[in-house]
Design a protein around this ligand. Sequence first.
Ligand code: BES
Ligand code: MN
Ligand code: ZN
Length: 502
Amino acid sequence: MRQEFMVASQSNGNAPRIVALPAVKPESIEADAIVVFLTEGGVGSGAIAEFDTAAAGIVSRIIGTGEITGKRYECVPILAPNGLQAGQIVVIGLGKREELDAGTLYLAAATAARHLAARPRAKVVFVADGSWTSRQLEQAVAGAAVGMVGQDLYRSEKKRTPFGTTVWSNAPAATVDRGAMIAAGVNLARRLINMAPDDLYPQTFSIEAAALAGHAGVEIDIWDEARLLRERCHAILAVGKGSSRTPRMVILRYRGPVTNDDFPDLALVGKGVTFDSGGLSLKPSDSMLTMKLDMSGAAAMLAAITTIASMKLPIHIVAAIGLAENMTGPSAYKLGDVITARSGTTIEIHNTDAEGRLILADVLDVVRGMNPRRIIDAATLTGACVVALGNDVAGLFTNNQAWCDTVAAAARAVGEPVWQLPMYAEYDEQIKGEVADIKNVGDGRWGGAITAAKFLERFVGGIPWTHIDIAGPAFAEKPRPWTDGGGTGSMVRTLIELARGS
Ligand code: BES
Ligand code: MN
Ligand code: ZN
């Protein structure tokens, strides 16, 4: 069933202008600011050395005073010397040259951009270095375009103003264009995550998705409550029962050029809990405060498939997103309830706060039925994963090591930190049901990220599958040098990289 909606999305309407220039002489650059990248140990050779020579040695002289070291993410604004047309220079540190990677460049460029975006700038020029790989340059371009966007959705006085024009000097246009598209995807996910839960709930999320899919030329199906019932999606329906906002499932399809395959090459699955109160297993107030973030997996998948479509990548992809609000209303699902998931597996509810895996059970079953070659899901699934890996690293879980290695390689290529956790069969014991097939929590809280993954594994039917728990990296509670905080757009870059067949 297809539903038509009015376009409610401001989406990528006012996309910032990002352009490429061949190498230009520093003295001829007219801009509000020039950003140059410095590794530890001095200007050396390359773009920054040329810049330094043209700028009367200003960078090397300040390095001599010890004020600039090139340490990772050190951001030093200096006045441009006479002879330059630019107003100011920002020197941004990259750390050790031999450790330089795409992730460092993404965060360094974001740090410089965030600093400069504190005031309006008509034009900012970033000087790329010829020694960077095209992936590294792409990620630097993306980082700059992400860093200049703040967390200002609801602020009457914005803290950040995106630059009128961003120029990348010394950079091929095609690479810069791809970086800009990647950034648009990341910023889209961030915007959705940052939306207040009373603005973004299952229905409005699906309206946003319809608008974005329309722009990107992606096919969309929206399953409302009636359709979910007909499809026997009793797990996702159970989670939504405590809310006046009914659940949705959003299914998006993109068929790229040169794919004549009947089956999707890749299925993307996202957890979209638009607010997680914990349900009757109510969360304490402090842990509930940021639970609008609980649709970050869904946002990542929507952003990834629309960006992949706008990049016209040659792949056939389906994305399926489960949307529900986990609340405590009079019809809320209860502890001791037994639910029959779409696959027929019966699940006893021991904790209504373990809702993400229930939603994913039905979505994974829908996707399994499409027979994709590989499945990947992203979910803010467990606090246990944050305990294990901290705030910046996503957890990987798989039933197929080769597929997991591919995912990890893509994440590494774009600089998103991930770490695999084990899936020993012994953990299966923990989710055996007392009265039903399985229960929705493990025995006690130890290994909670893994027992959650083991639960999901039940619903993928042996298809190569990798699960990414992004409970840590999806959201920055505090500002960091490269972000004002809020949604980070975690895994959007990795998913796009995956679709490129890295
Ligand atoms: N959405 C949470 C997980 C989460 C926690 C995400 C912190 C981001 C930051 C999830 O639905 C949840 O509540 N998980 C429980 C599972 C438990 C009840 C087995 C948890 O982690 O405590
Ligand atoms: Mn929960
Ligand atoms: Zn949750």
